[in-house]
Design a protein around this ligand. Structure first.
Ligand code: ADP
Ligand code: MG
Length: 298
């Protein structure tokens, strides 16, 4: 069930065909992914949603060539990934993928600038001054110029994730894979990280694939797919930016009207009514909250 892109002519960047991943745990087999098919085009901002244990990390790791599938095909750009040597895969990861993790994964002994520079050291074609230039550029992109000499433990969670974003971008990858990038951040900081990612997607055309179980995070995606028990069960609504912005202003106007309509009603009841109306009007699929974890940071 390959998904057509937003436009017929869109460039397919990742194509996943009947991908399966089975882990063996002692005598037990865990089917982490079953027959997942998906096409992701350049420039998309895609959320992989689903509860904990559903297979999100497995899918991202397969797309990122960190892990290999049990069966099925993965095509990055024009090329199938099957049969590549570990060295080839390492090169593909370095040139094509940027990774952002839930726990930031920064090297604690390195400064912010050094963490961003670290993957660039593997790109032998870059001179020292070119590396420095890129580090400066991406420190600025994430708004951390003043923190360049700070080590991770001298930075807040949100700042650490900004360093990780700069590190992911600095190699000029074609795809950024972010595994629950906001899960260890408070709601407001998580929102600002997502806003930064979205801005990079819009202004630079960076392709983002991120996983989340937070409904407010998936609400920011242009396109949502849902994984449940290893099965890609739903292709969510694709919304282009124009439509999204239009919808956002309509929703806001609608919300204002609702507030006025419910001023007489006790607050919990008014909230419930508003939520009900919001669900009916803004989502065609089951509300995300129905299958989200209980650990949301709403
Ligand atoms: P999510 O990221 O959505 O929480 P995962 O992709 O991490 O889900 O896990 C999907 C399923 O695969 C879970 O049942 C998990 O326990 C299992 N799993 C993940 N990694 C391994 C592993 N290395 N060995 C065995 N089972 C695993
Ligand atoms: Mg996970």
């Amino acid at each position: 069930m390959a998904q057509a892109g937003p436009e017929g002519s869109a460039v397919s960047l990742v194509r996943v065909e009947k991908l399966c991943k089975t882990y063996t745990l002692g005598k037990q087999q865990v089917d982490a992914l079953r027959d997942v098919s998906l096409t992701i085009n350049a420039g998309e901002f895609l959320a992989i949603a689903g509860p904990s244990g559903s297979g999100k990390t497995t899918l991202l790791n397969l797309i990122g060539c960190i892990d290999t599938p049990t069966s099925g095909e993965l095509v990055i750009g024009e090329d199938s990934v099957a049969g590549r040597t570990p060295d080839d895969l390492a090169e593909l990861r370095l040139r094509t993928m940027g990774f952002i993790f839930q726990t930031f994964n920064l090297l604690p002994v390195l400064s912010a600038a050094e963490n961003i520079e670290y993957p660039l050291l593997q790109m032998k074609e870059l001179s020292r001054s070119e590396r420095r230039k890129r580090v400066d550029e991406y420190l600025e992109v994430v708004g951390l110029e003043r923190f360049r000499h700070h080590r991770p433990n001298e930075l807040s969670g949100g700042q650490r994730q900004r360093v990780a974003i700069a590190r992911a971008l600095a190699t000029h990858p074609r795809i950024i894979l972010a595994d629950e990038p906001t899960a260890n951040l408070d709601h407001k900081t998580g929102g600002s990280i997502l806003a930064l990612m979205k801005d990079l997607n819009r202004t630079r055309g960076m392709t983002f694939i991120f996983s989340t179980h937070d409904p407010s995070v998936m609400d920011m995606a242009d396109w949502v797919v849902e994984v449940n028990d290893g099965i890609l069960t739903e292709h969510g609504i694709f919304k282009t930016w124009d439509v999204r912005e239009h919808l956002a202003s309509l929703e806001k106007a609608f919300d204002d009207l609702l507030s006025q309509a419910f001023t007489e009603m006790p607050r919990p009841e008014a909230e419930r009514k508003r939520e009900e109306i919001r669900r009916r009007t803004t989502r065609t699929a089951a509300p995300a909250a129905d299958w989200a974890d209980q650990t949301l940071m709403r």
